[in-house]
Ligand binder design. Structure first.
Ligand code: ADP
Length: 610
């Protein structure tokens, strides 16, 4: 029958074309793609095999075909295995595109592979009869029955999966219902018209329909581009939002600094001036905290944030926390309860700076987001061998967090419930940093909150117990330190900003140090070449024409130059300290100058005694 042979040939040609077009196109890979690729490969091979058999039968006649019975039977077994793989791949495709079904890709692959092997094993031992039905060579026998039954089963399974999870199927994948229909029609036709082999036509129909609807590489590429564009837009919006938020955050303390500075200029009463200077300091501290938050996030994202473990006294840390929180509460009508475990070890080993930062973030939020009621700080411990698990919980009776927002609070720049929180200052960085710090310290953070009632943040972090007795020296050290006296020492300060020069010189004056200020690298080099001697050089980096680093390099070329050079710079982003040290600077101090840091550097390089 010429029609039968033509049908097979056309099926093969179409399949070959679609496979060539599909595989030659540049594609964006989605999880379901590989199942479509498997379907295409199976369809090409099976249409090729059946076309070849039909061609042979057509030209050689039935009698001659029968002579090749064993070979034909093997080819048909392979073809039925390919059919099974094709139809099971449709199931795998349906499972993969469904948002609800959570079966891992690997488990699915293993399951399918086991099934294919099992099926292949069964049909290997089943019979294949070659008959002439209505003048066409047709396959029958137990293998055909088994294959048709399994195919019918795959159809049923797929329909069940689709019906049960219909709500979770994206609209653009609805074409899969038509595919089911094609499969059904093919099954019915093979029962009603066993003489006409429509199976290959169905394979072609399915592959074509999928290609032109859900598997078109061009469409997928556009889809991917759209996703990328949406992500870029989102990131851009987050950045814009962050910048506007930041500018508001930064303006608030700046407003205080600027306002009080003007007042000081006009004020004559020294006590009022001192009061206003204290407010300026508090605002500067606030500003510094904002900038440090940004630096922390930048360090975290560059994987540069290090946990530095040292020995510390936990009681002291919690004491400072309590004082700080009381100051933050100020005159807000909030009760502050503190319960600290009595058996807290005297000494622990860990990063107490970061531990404090974590607790400060939680306590600050509790104060910020609670109008009235109470805040409770609980510190419990669990000791095991030489490890002490600190369980710090901060509970408030504040505004609480909606359930659906709970997993968003740890995302950077994410601020929630803005209609309620609009008057509360914040950058949305605190909890993102907190979570990351807890993770870096191998701890855990959990939150439990009832919207409108309050929240409870709990952190658990393990710290090593240090067994030692307080030495006399340490008891002595607890007394307030005296101002370091460095009379007779001389420091050269290099900075293009006159205010910065003034601040540094004024700070050094309190140590009785003699200073000389120059505003460029050129002047610095001139002074050294002129033979002027200093005990230390504090060098800014970002200066016009010649940077601090360039000046430093030129200084090194001067014969006999051995003065310690310290980078004193506002360039404090992740990794900067290491960069300056790598350049050869003796040390690094970031601006604004922290007195303790300055003192550390001075005592280290000027060999001073307290
Ligand atoms: P922010 O600078 O906005 O306080 P955080 O990262 O610290 O940033 O917190 C993120 C968001 O989580 C806050 O904007 C707030 O909506 C919510 N949040 C954090 N802590 C609390 C709390 N104790 N009670 C209610 N909401 C909170």
């Amino acid at each position: 029958m010429i029609a039968e042979f033509e049908l097979q040939l056309v099926s093969f040609i179409f399949m070959a074309i679609i496979a060539i077009v599909y595989f030659s196109k540049e594609k964006v890979k989605f999880a379901e793609n590989k199942y479509y690729e498997i379907m295409l490969i199976c369809a090409v091979i099976s249409t090729f095999a059946t076309t070849s058999l039909h061609l042979y039968a057509y030209f050689m006649g039935f009698e001659n075909t029968l002579k090749l019975a064993p070979f034909i039977s093997i080819v048909n077994k392979i073809v039925s295995e390919l059919y099974i793989i094709f139809f099971c791949s449709i199931i795998a495709y349906t499972i993969t595109i469904n948002k609800k079904i959570k079966i891992s890709d690997d488990s699915l692959k293993v399951l399918l592979a086991i099934f294919y092997i099992f099926y292949g094993f069964i049909i290997f031992f089943t019979d294949v009869n070659i008959e002439l039905v209505h003048g066409v060579t047709t396959i029958s026998g137990s293998m055909t029955i088994i294959t048709q039954t399994v195919l019918a089963l795959t159809e049923v399974i797929n329909v069940i999966i689709l019906i049960l999870n219909r709500k979770y199927l994206d609209k653009r994948y609805y074409v899969i219902y038509f595919i089911m229909l094609f499969m059904l029609l093919s099954g019915i036709s093979s029962i009603l018209f066993p003489g006409i082999n429509l199976s290959d036509v169905v394979l072609v129909l399915i592959c074509f329909t999928m290609y032109f609807t859900i598997e078109n590489p061009d469409a997928k590429m556009i889809e991917q581009l759209n996703i990328a564009r949406d992500q870029a837009e989102k990131a851009n919006n987050a950045k814009t939002e962050f910048l506007s938020n930041m500018s508001h955050e930064i303006r608030t303390p700046l407003n205080a600094i600027d306002g009080f500075s003007q007042l000081i200029l006009e004020e004559k009463n020294i006590d009022t001036i001192k009061d206003e200077a204290r407010d300026i300091m508090a605002a500067s501290q606030n500003l510094l905290e904002i900038v440090n938050g940004i630096l922390d996030i930048s360090k975290i994202e560059a994987n540069k944030l290090e946990i530095i473990n040292v020995e510390y006294e936990p009681a002291k840390v919690f004491d400072e926390l309590v004082k700080l929180t009381k100051a933050r509460i100020g005159d807000k009508p909030l009760e502050f309860n503190v319960n600290i475990a009595k058996d807290l070890p005297e000494y622990l080993n860990g990063d107490y700076v970061r531990l404090k930062q974590i607790a400060v973030n939680l306590l600050t939020n509790a104060v910020k987001y609670t109008k009235k009621g109470s805040i409770t700080l609980n510190v419990d411990i669990v000791k095991k061998d030489n490890i002490c698990r600190l369980i710090i919980s901060v509970k408030d009776t504040g505004i609480g967090i909606k359930k659906e927002n709970l997993d968003k609070i740890f995302t950077k720049f994410e601020r929630l419930d803005l209609e309620k929180n609009i008057t509360i200052e914040g950058t949305g960085l605190g909890l993102a940093i907190t979570k990351k710090l807890v993770e870096l310290m191998h701890g855990k953070i959990v939150v439990d909150s009832t919207y409108g009632k309050g929240s409870n943040f709990t952190v658990a972090i393990d710290q090593k117990i240090v067994n030692k007795v307080k030495t006399v020296k340490e008891v002595k050290d607890e007394k307030p330190t005296k101002q370091v006296n460095l009379k007779g020492k001389k420091i050269l300060i290099v900075d293009d900003n006159l205010i910065n020069l003034k601040v540094a010189a004024r700070l050094l004056l309190s140590y009785k140090i003699e200073t000389e200020e120059v505003s460029s690298g050129f002047d610095c080099l001139k002074n050294i070449k002129d033979g002027k001697k200093y005990d230390m050089i504090l060098m800014d980096d970002m200066m016009p024409k010649m940077s601090g680093v360039e000046t430093f390099k030129k200084l090194q070329e001067i014969e006999g130059f051995d003065t310690p050079v310290i980078a004193l710079t506002a360039n404090a982003i992740a990794g900067m300290k290491e960069n300056y040290l790598k350049e050869g600077f003796n040390d690094y101090i970031s601006k604004p100058i922290d007195k303790k840091e300055l003192e550390r550097v001075l005592t280290t390089y000027l060999n001073a005694k307290k």
